[in-house]
Design a protein around this ligand. Structure first.
Ligand SMILES: Nc1ncnc2c1ncn2[C@@H]1O[C@H](COP(=O)(O)OP(=O)(O)O)[C@@H](O)[C@H]1O
Ligand SMILES: [Mg+2]
Length: 482
């Protein structure tokens, strides 16, 4: 038996539970909405209702849910459109559609778009209960799920795609990938800026990989890692005896990168005197070994990266302005991850696949709650922090799906906890099992619930229930509701 089977038998994991789940009901018909709230509440779930697809999308962005139950045909934004938007936000969230028409077309379309399942109206309560249970037991997005690739873009399918393994589907990343494609084949010097962990080095590799220099190597120098004198000899090489310890002549990184690309990482940390020597090398296409005055011609394309604001650094005298202009022929600004949450599911799935394989673990996806927390967390350490969090989660995971508990505490805390409004309606219907639910009782509960919502206002309740005041009065009499 797999871990997941065990969890399902026990009534589910903490959040994939078939009892006590958070359910979003999307339904424009007031009576049907009230009925669903009552029934689902009686089964121990916390239920939130909205009237339309656009409200559903806003709600899903605002709070975490375990499952969405949505009508297909609604007045404003329809369920199919809402389904697409919801899955675009969180591909792990199961969406069950309800259709009033046993239209095969709509159902097929919904399933193709990634709906977890569909139900035909009028709802059969047994089928509703079974479907919810099954959908939640299997909830989460997993590698190999049909529809996942379509939703997350082609990028997920190829480990070393054209962009050199660089993933992104947000407009900001699409524009970065576009710039890389355009600039890569040229000889232009590129300055890549952005916070730590945003993918600057990966972008440099993509630039090199898509250039005519790809068959030669990309040589990397981290300008923050070495003291000034060592950095100079690292870059330009040295003659034998140029300084103590220089027991033989050595080529610098410039010469090693001849015909290829030199990646100067953390260029903002380079000491000012060395900046002057670098500028000269770039302008003249030649370098001098430390301890030699014979110039060596090199054919090198330079890509530099920094997490500093070099324009400001240069206006404040900490970076040479002429070198800044020389490097900044093309600027690629890597957007922070918090500015492009659409990329998170894509990156998280890629990292999960990689680390599951590396650690030989049968982890294949994320629960809706875990994915929701990943999307909400602001990731100050950007993609690198996400990568580390997923690696840790894969190592800690006991089952097939990564849940909130395996995420770092700060990430887990970004999940929005249930509010009071959605606490299960146990008081009124907790004791009511499925078998005891006749249509009359459901109608009675729906009326009671609606009256509570309207604070006893009968006209408003009738309107919400979609019945006349007269009908409401006769029902109140029938059910003996004061
Ligand atoms: N768009 C992306 N797609 C896939 N992996 C990425 C992406 N951006 C960053 N990474 C990964 O995140 C980590 C940090 O990226 P890196 O290029 O070293 O960032 P930086 O140089 O800006 O600090 C690396 O493991 C890198 O492979
Ligand atoms: Mg880096």
């Amino acid at each position: 038996m797999t871990q997941r089977d065990t969890a399902a038998k026990k009534g589910g994991t903490a959040h994939g539970a078939s009892k006590g789940a958070r359910i979003l009901v999307v339904e424009d018909d007031a009576a049907h909405r009230a009925m669903l709230k009552t029934i689902l509440g009686s089964w121990g779930h916390a239920v939130l209702t909205v009237e339309d697809g656009d409200e559903a999308v806003a709600m899903v962005r605002d709070q975490a849910f375990d499952v969405v139950l949505s009508d297909v045909r609604m007045a404003r934004v329809d369920g199919i459109h809402a389904l697409e938007e919801i899955l675009n936000y969180n591909p792990a969230l199961p969406v069950v559609l309800m259709t009033a028409y046993s239209s095969v077309d709509t159902a097929v379309k919904a399933l193709r778009l990634g709906a977890a399942d569909y139900l035909v109206k009028p709802l059969d309560f047994d089928a509703l209960k079974e479907t919810l249970k099954r959908v939640m037991a299997q909830a989460g997005v997993g590698i190999g799920d049909s529809g996942l690739r379509r939703r997350l873009g082609e990028a997920l399918s190829s480990e070393d795609g054209e962009a050199g393994g660089m993933l992104g589907r947000s407009p900001a990343m699409c524009s970065v990938l576009d710039t890389i494609r355009t600039v890569a084949p040229t000889e232009a010097t590129v300055l890549i800026t952005g916070e730590s962990g945003t993918g600057k080095e990966l972008a440099a590799r993509a630039l090199h990989g898509q250039s005519g220099r790809a068959r030669k190597s990309m040589v990397t120098v981290n300008c923050a890692a070495l003291a000034e004198s060592l950095l100079e000899s690292e870059l330009f090489g040295h003659e034998k005896g140029a300084f103590t310890g220089a027991d033989k002549r050595r080529d610098g990184r410039f010469v090693q990168a001849d015909g290829g690309t030199l990646f100067l990482d953390e260029i903002g940390e380079m000491p000012l005197p060395l900046q002057a020597k670098l500028l000269r090398a770039l302008q003249q296409g030649e370098v001098q070994r430390v301890g030699s005055d014979v110039p060596v011609t090199v054919d090198v394309r330079v890509i530099a990266a920094t997490n500093r604001d070099l324009a400001r650094e240069s206006s404040e005298g900490r970076f040479r302005q002429d070198l800044f202009f020389r490097l900044n022929v093309i600027n690629i600004e890597m957007p922070p991850l918090r500015a492009r949450p659409e990329d998170i599911p894509l990156l998280a799935m890629r990292f999960l696949g990689r680390f599951a394989e590396k650690n030989r673990k049968a982890v294949r996806g994320f629960t809706p709650r875990a994915m929701d927390a990943l999307i909400r967390y602001p990731w100050p350490g950007n993609v690198r922090e996400l990568e580390n969090a997923v690696e840790r989660a894969v190592i800690l995971a006991a089952g097939e799906m990564i849940d909130l508990a395996q995420l770092p505490a700060a990430v887990e805390a970004s999940s929005v906890p249930p509010d009071d409004e959605t606490k299960p309606a146990e008081d009124k219907a907790g004791a009511l099992g499925l078998n005891g639910l006749t249509l009359d009782r459901v109608e009675r509960l729906a009326i009671e619930e609606t009256l509570r919502e309207t604070e006893g206002n009968k006209s408003a309740a009738a309107r919400r229930l979609g019945i006349t005041r007269a009908t409401l009065h006769s029902k109140l009499k029938k059910y003996d509701i004061e």
